[in-house]
Design a binder for this molecule. Structure first.
Ligand SMILES: C[S@@+](CC[C@H](N)C(=O)[O-])C[C@H]1O[C@@H](n2cnc3c(N)ncnc32)[C@H](O)[C@@H]1O
Length: 183
């Protein structure tokens, strides 16, 4: 596969204002970025030429990608909006499209972390989880991190039923299959 066909960073459930992809694409003009969300791009939003916005369901979009065509998959606060069966299906696609040793990053609230890690392990990923650093939370700033961290009162008012926690980041690595040495 040609390097020019590679997606370097794929943001799933980016929101209509894909801050993370916009910011990263400005800083890495030679790399290709894709943001996917089920809602249309916000009308005033301007993305650099190396960034593409796709209005689609994430699973339908993943089905269009070739095996081993993506270096990094990212999803901030997407999985908590999806039913478990769909999360499993999505993780299967993430595994298929990632290059060997490719990484997937998931930001989520603390209470969802262990369930998601378990599903990732079932698909053969190795994972670790750590608190989002303050620096990561500020830049590139995504709407959901900003609200959780800078304006938690707003979050509590708008989503009363959901507890607010400092975001946790899961880092998942697609293991390369060990090849057997011939004697
Ligand atoms: C909680 S928001 C997080 C937005 C952004 N990632 C952030 O951190 O600010 C979740 C986003 O996922 C999108 N989403 C949820 N389910 C989706 C699906 N099945 N396909 C595509 N987008 C989806 C929603 O439209 C929403 O923009």
């Amino acid at each position: 596969m040609k390097e020019s066909d590679t997606i370097h960073f794929l943001d799933l459930g980016s929101s209509q204002i894909p801050d993370r992809v916009r910011e990263l694409a400005w800083h890495h003009p030679k790399r290709q970025f894709v943001a996917v969300d089920q809602h249309p791009l916000w009308p005033e939003e301007k993305l650099p030429s190396n960034a593409k916005y796709v209005e689609s369901d994430v699973i339908q979009y993943m089905k269009t990608l070739r095996e081993g065509s993506v270096r990094i998959v990212n999803a901030d606060f997407l999985l908590n909006e999806m039913p478990e069966e769909q999360i499993r299906e999505l993780i299967g696609h993430v595994k298929r499209v990632l290059k060997s040793n490719g990484k997937a990053y998931f930001s989520e609230d603390r209470q969802n972390i262990e369930d998601i890690r378990k599903m990732l392990h079932e698909h053969g990923f190795t994972t670790f989880a750590r608190d989002l650093t303050k620096k990561e939370a500020e830049k590139p700033k995504t709407f959901f991190n900003e609200v959780r961290i800078q304006r938690p009162q707003h979050w509590r008012e708008s989503r009363k039923e959901l507890p607010v926690t400092w975001p946790v980041r899961i880092v998942a690595t697609k293991r390369i299959k060990a090849t057997r040495q011939k004697d």
